[in-house]
Write a protein that binds this ligand. Sequence first.
Ligand SMILES: Cc1cc2nc3c(=O)[nH]c(=O)nc-3n(C[C@H](O)[C@H](O)[C@H](O)COP(=O)(O)OP(=O)(O)OC[C@H]3O[C@@H](n4cnc5c(N)ncnc54)[C@H](O)[C@@H]3O)c2cc1C
Length: 505
Amino acid sequence: MKKFRVVIIGAGIVGASIARILSMYENFDVVIVEKEPDVGWGVSKANTSIIHPGHEEDPNKYPLRAKLCVKGNQMWRTWAEELEIPVKWPGELMVFTNEDEEKQAREYIKLAQLNGVPGVRVVYGEELRFLEPSIGDDAKGAVYAPTAGVISPFEAVIAIVENAVENGAKLLTEAEVTGIRVYNSTVKGVETTQGFVEADIVINAAGLYADKISHLAGVELDFYIRPRKGEYILFDENIEPKPLKILHTVPTHITKGVYAITTVHGNVLIGPTAEDLPLEARDDASTSVKGLDYVYREATKLLKKLPPKSKIIRTFAGLRPEPPNGQWLIKAYSNPWGFVNVAGIRSPGLTAAPAIAEYVVELVANTYDVKLIRKGSWNPYRHDITRLSGKSLSEIDDLIRKNPDYGEIVCYCKMVSKAEVLEAIDRMMKIGIKTITLDGLKFRIYTGFGKCQGSFCRWRVAKVVSDKLSIPYYDVVVKKSSYGIGEIKILWSKKVGEENEVSKV
Ligand SMILES: Cc1cc2nc3c(=O)[nH]c(=O)nc-3n(C[C@H](O)[C@H](O)[C@H](O)COP(=O)(O)OP(=O)(O)OC[C@H]3O[C@@H](n4cnc5c(N)ncnc54)[C@H](O)[C@@H]3O)c2cc1C
């Protein structure tokens, strides 16, 4: 049996899912190549986090999206359980406030039937208010889709990569792909900022940059990805009432509408906007007064009582990788042989990712004549970090008796202990992450996600990192640049060669 060396470009939800499926088979040696210091820092990090039911995809216009969305929704039920990814399945209500909207919303019931999405129906009056007591007074009715879910998207990527690595895949971070080497119309590997990585098959799952990678391979030269910005408002956990269901306005031709949800971490999230940006603006994740005002206004159609603005703890934006015609570009090429595009994966890419991955592996097998052989040893399970949060006092007591580091709280908003920081660092090192960033820890153990947004815990987490890695505070990295405690003082005094008190804390 020939073993194919596969390089996957991009450790987002799509690349990670493909790696997990490939790791099930004897046929492949998998390397995921990622330009960032960590996984899941692209589009997959900042989105609405909905596992869509699939009734919003028109199978006549977008057959692949429709099919893989419905299948992805089903697959997440198994994947989230096997990998212990935070998820819930509250169902969603597409809220209409007048006859025009009602007419549009009812069209989705037809699509639900075409796509085989179960249980989709219209609800009114008492039933609507029973399903969602916090619904706005102007709501006339809603299309109810009971199979919708909410997931933690960044934890999903982390969990999937951990599992893929457990099953033999390798991760190369801080390696930006700068070229695709092709010889005799056959791919040979990828040039990266960390050198050449050999490959028989190269899978392009580079999110917002997938068009550029495709051009490097010499295919789909007319294909461009447009960043479409979505801005959000995140409220404190400590507000009432929180929506029980996923609520959203009726979709438009470019968006699925504005949502109001309770995230898996208990915050209320409203958004997004939908704004097409110039092609070159792929790093512009800024938020604007205009965008946030729009989100707040639209959300008042959904909820009886919006939380006050004083309860906002964060605003953020994500960029959708919008392909020219809304179609996902999933294709395996014979020229160059071995190059596969999984490009333009706009919404519902998060929902569909596991199904996209299965589809891509079948496509690879069919196109390149690979007879798939299942590994006997493949392990579907991954356990989440042991967390204090949500545990009873006696369980916490047990943990502290076994390991006193559980008794040292570094983050009070999210009740995170030093032991959790250490476990997260170990896991990051285990999957091959070279730089332990405070952002990477935040996505694993929620330090900095709470009400104080890190003002209490950040230096405490940095201290644990500094001690564990034996590096000075000022070398601990937040995202890409160093943090430094009392950074101005430290960096300044370091510059003039002075010793200082703070760096010795
Ligand atoms: C505002 C918004 C709301 C959304 N809401 C939902 C939703 O509720 N439900 C849903 O199903 N979908 C939603 N989506 C869509 C979903 O988030 C995306 O379809 C999905 O995350 C795309 O994943 P990806 O892996 O293709 O891309 P990414 O997550 O961007 O992964 C690509 C990776 O490639 C890396 N990369 C890029 N260039 C290079 C290079 N040259 N070398 C090495 N690495 C490189 C990047 O750093 C990145 O990590 C939403 C998207 C947005 C922006």
